[in-house]
Design a protein around this ligand. Structure first.
Ligand SMILES: [Zn+2]
Length: 321
């Protein structure tokens, strides 16, 4: 990580204990510990206290935990933090009549809509819980033979139940490169960065350029290819900036800064509808905090794109001053 502040969902403070295999009695011992944390997940939503700004994680009693364990289709052990065992469960059962009392303890809320309002440790934990449960839900059948798969090793992986197949599946993560492009003038000065508006984004919303890494490709090759495809530019130096877990549904964002000596570009009109060069001082126009009425907008607060852009602008302004 260079000078980037830690992105949302990237706090990563859970000790995952991946080298420890829990048998049923050890699993139960941890699950029923008074201080254990159980996070329910449903679609893009996590089950949180309604007054989530004070304490977002819902506290379940031992009796609650027992009822949930017997009804949830999926339960996974995430690890521990400060000696608190952490589990995530598939939360659909909370909608059943028999769970009305528990359902009143909180609400299913879209993680991205609250991520900026809760502390990053909790947002990171919710992201981990949500990503893992969603992977389980999407992985119930074997990709090779179509048979059912079963959760194994406390929810760490799944295995095909067909005796002649038995493929093991581990949580899937799709890498996405995301790049801020800066222009280097002939005199070596850097005063502009190129941002684009995705064809799916509202008018006035600009961000860095992102794309999935393809098979047989390095991260750097993906940066070259994506920028060439989307805005027809060639970049020279590419420097790693940092990563961000992005379980929406199962990506990791790998942030880069790349430089080009040319100011010309051409948008593809397929993924990118328009692009423009921004000066560091223009970046503040994109800050809806500083300028709520601005016709141009930066990426959402929980995105690494916003951090890449704001970090770049701050560095440049320091140099100018
Ligand atoms: Zn199979």
């Amino acid at each position: 990580m260079n000078n980037l502040v830690k992105p949302t969902y990237a706090e990563g403070y859970v000790d995952r204990h991946n080298n420890i295999k829990l048998d049923e009695s050890k699993f139960n011992e941890l699950y029923y510990k008074e201080n254990s944390i159980v996070i329910a997940v449903k679609d893009e939503n996590v089950f949180v206290n309604k007054d989530f700004q004070d304490r977002a994680i819902v506290n379940f009693s031992s009796v609650d935990k027992k009822r949930l364990k017997h009804s949830a289709k999926t339960i996974a052990y995430l690890g521990t933090t400060q000696q608190q065992p952490i589990f995530s469960i598939e939360g659909d059962c909370l909608q059943d009549n028999q769970f009305k009392d528990l359902a009143r303890k909180g609400a299913f809320i879209d993680l991205r809509s609250i991520a900026s309002a809760i502390n990053n440790k909790t947002a990171s934990l919710f992201a981990y819980a949500k990503g893992l449960i969603q992977w389980h839900i999407n992985s119930r059948y074997c990709n090779k033979c179509g048979s059912s798969t079963k959760s194994m090793n406390s929810g760490r992986h799944r295995q095909c139940m067909n005796k002649t197949c038995r493929i093991e599946y581990f949580p899937r993560i799709d890498p996405v490169i995301i790049t801020l492009v800066e222009h280097i003038s002939n005199d070596g000065s850097i005063v502009r960065c190129l941002l684009g508006r995705n064809t799916c984004s509202p008018v006035g919303s600009y961000s860095t350029f992102a794309g999935f890494v393809e098979i047989g490709e390095t991260f750097e090759q993906a940066v070259h290819r994506e920028l060439h495809e989307e805005v027809a530019i060639n970049v020279d130096e590419i420097n790693y900036q940092g990563t961000q877990p992005w379980p929406f549904p199962h990506s990791i964002m790998i942030g880069f800064r790349a430089s080009t000596k040319s100011l010309s570009f051409c948008v593809d009109k397929i993924e990118i509808d328009e692009a423009r060069w921004f000066k560091p001082e223009d970046i503040w126009l994109l800050s809806d905090r500083a300028n709520p009425q601005s016709p141009v907008k930066n990426s959402p607060y929980d995105s690494i794109s916003r951090i890449l852009v704001e970090t770049w602008a701050k560095e440049r302004i320091k140099e100018i001053v």
